[in-house]
Design a protein around this ligand. Structure first.
Ligand code: AMP
Ligand code: MG
Length: 265
């Protein structure tokens, strides 16, 4: 899965990253492997919680309909809700807007033993904010450096950070929006604003490219996940997460008391 990782300092052109890519894996194989990964992740997350040493942050960004919600559902199936939290970042409230843009974000950073998934994140402050001119360029253009420093701070204090950009094509977005429109049970997810956002496809693309080029670091790498096929998207995210958790070399803590020879009457 290393080929989806953006090297620090690399210049990303999304045209070079195929959203249709399935890595030569077919759907059935992928589904089977995701099931295995769900079991591995279940065990790893329990270990993370039990050991209480590491903090894990998973950042999800995507264009509309990119599949953030589905990824969370599928990849974390089987993990314990006690140790996994989702923080969704919507339009800032007046209170949030009265502060710097990282204020609301920092409060949701994971504690020891926790996995926190950011469903959207501080990156909205160089995406939607940039595309809609919500603050002048002079302000948003400085944010890449703030964000790198912020993530370095979290990493220095024991947080493992993974960032996934779910990459779909313009045609795939059209199909997914159409599917939402055709299904009354999906109407709650559809807003006319999504169509305005779609018109800004190229602006978003540039904003995503700059985000990926400027904020992938060794401590907090971006992965560009081919996401036209949901099963492959889930497989990539689950594989990277499992491999990263395994690399932490976690162990169950020893018992507080000497348990040898203990008999329960
Ligand atoms: P959804 O994820 O569909 O519920 O939509 C959440 C909305 O909040 C999206 O349209 C985001 O662009 C918007 N949003 C999230 N963060 C920010 C931000 N920092 N500034 C402005 N809009 C934001
Ligand atoms: Mg939406």
């Amino acid at each position: 899965m290393d080929r989806y990782r953006v090297a620090a300092g690399a210049e990303v052109r999304l045209g070079d990253w195929d959203p249709e890519d399935t890595g030569g894996v077919d759907r059935d194989t992928a589904k089977h492997r995701i099931e295995e990964l769900n079991h591995r992740l279940e065990a790893l997350q329990e270990l993370l919680y039990a050991e209480g040493k590491h903090k894990v942050l998973v950042v999800l960004q995507a264009t509309d309909t990119g599949g953030k919600d589905g990824t969370i559902r599928r990849v974390f199936e089987g993990t314990n809700p006690q140790g996994v939290k989702v923080a969704s970042f919507k339009q800032p409230t007046p209170l949030e807007l009265a502060h710097d843009y990282l204020w609301r974000v920092h409060a949701h950073a994971p504690g020891t033993g926790e996995i926190v998934i950011f469903n959207r994140s501080h990156y909205e402050d160089v995406l939607v904010v940039r595309v809609h001119d919500l603050v002048p360029e002079e302000r948003w253009s400085r944010r890449y450096d703030h964000i790198l420093a912020f993530e370095q701070l979290l990493a220095d204090e024991g947080t493992t950070i993974l960032k996934f950009f779910l990459h779909i094509s313009r045609d795939e977005q059209k199909e997914r929006l159409q599917a939402r429109l055709d299904d009354p049970s999906k109407h709650w997810k559809f807003s006319l604003g999504d169509l305005d956002e779609r018109k800004r496809w190229d602006d978003y693309r540039h904003a995503f490219e700059d985000m990926l080029s400027r904020t992938s670091s060794d401590t907090a790498p971006w992965y560009v996940v081919p996401a036209n096929h949901k099963w492959y998207r889930d497989l990539v995210v689950a594989s990277v997460l499992a491999a990263t958790l395994e690399s932490l070399g976690m162990a169950y803590p020893p018992p507080e008391d000497d348990l040898s020879g203990v008999v329960i009457e």
